[in-house]
Design a protein around this ligand. Structure first.
Ligand SMILES: [Zn+2]
Length: 120
């Protein structure tokens, strides 16, 4: 069984994230201007969007893969590794997860996962 591949972003955590498969701007985190953040702009390849306090988006493919179908966000048990550890368990082939970590003192993490569409 394949596991999701991780890409960690530790210094340039403000970088916006585009889907590696279609190029859509999925996470816009440009704090330079006063534009509203677009926290949820998933493309068809987006599996999930989460941060250390919860999910912002879950796709059907993610829910099926993780056996979370029909379970509300606030009913999900993440385990002791939180949403980072939970989303590491995705087993969709060729899936990719971008984990962005803000530095000290918060160490707040954001997680976005993608996978090609033709893979179940
Ligand atoms: Zn895409």
């Amino acid at each position: 069984m394949s596991k999701i591949q991780r890409v960690e972003i530790n210094k340039n955590y403000h970088a916006s994230i585009h889907c590696p498969f279609c190029g859509q701007l999925v996470v816009k985190t440009d704090f330079e201007d006063d534009e509203e953040l677009i926290p949820v702009n998933p493309c068809p390849h987006t599996l999930f969007m989460a941060h250390d306090e919860g999910f912002e988006y879950r796709s059907d493919r993610f829910d099926v893969n993780m056996s979370l179908s029909g379970i509300e966000d606030d009913e999900i048990e993440t385990g002791d590794k939180g949403y980072d550890g939970l989303t590491d368990k995705v087993s969709i082939a060729d899936s990719i997860k971008f984990a962005s970590y803000v530095g000290a003192p918060s160490f707040f993490g954001s997680y976005v996962g993608f996978a090609p569409l033709d893979i179940k």
